[in-house]
Ligand binder design. Sequence first.
Ligand SMILES: [Fe+2]
Length: 277
Amino acid sequence: MDFNEKNATDAVLDSFSKIKDKRLKKIMNSIITHLHEVVKEVEPTEDEWMKAITFLTKTGQKCDDRRQEFILLSDVLGVSMLLDAINNRKTKDETETTVLGPFHAPSLTMSYGENIAKNVVGDDCIVSGNVFDVNKNLIAGASIEVWQSGPDGLYDVQKEGDVVDLRATFISLEDGSYLFRTVKPQFYPIPVDGPVGDLLNNLDRHPYRPAHIHFMVKADGYKDLVTHVFIDGDKYLQSDTVFAVKKSLIRKLEKGFDSDENKECYHLEFDIVMEKK
Ligand SMILES: [Fe+2]
């Protein structure tokens, strides 16, 4: 029988009927079923379909070892956060998760109290807290990876050269505590010089993310935790362009004093609660 509008989906699903990998079969069946439904509902013109293909082509071409446009696309379409919600259903009082984002990169291990802001000028800020489990047992030796943008809104990987800045890995002390120095985070736009920026523009959406610091925490026997701490009062908390804000992750930035360095600074307290594997 000819391939036509009525039998198209069944014909393609039938072509997958011999796939041995059950998970792959389920995924492909679902993708084809929904993709065909979209095409039948929208009835794109051939020009519109070519625009879609061009968009995805440009998205791929924008990617390199420092830029991940597909993660950005997944983020602004809310797919990253939906995936996060499905894969990290909260069971108790553990710290909630949120998106990894496109700017994670390897970092050096620093000692308790070190400053991760090496090449930027901003408002000094101390970030500290304790790592423990849902039963309040303190966790020593946890690896706490942090990364953030500078006062100019840019991450180190968005700048020329290979300088690693505003990112580091710390190890929690015997009492579960961690502390590092940095500059006050502030809101920033996601990169808008690529196809995802064009998409946001065409959809009349702003590109901003509220001020935050990224955390990836790992400890033996516990689930890896990918999260952010957000700054209370930021004007973009209600409209984060990647939908990543959760109320439980918002903290107040307090004015304080750095007695070791004898100067005024901000202070951000963020405890981390890990979930057993
Ligand atoms: Fe970020």
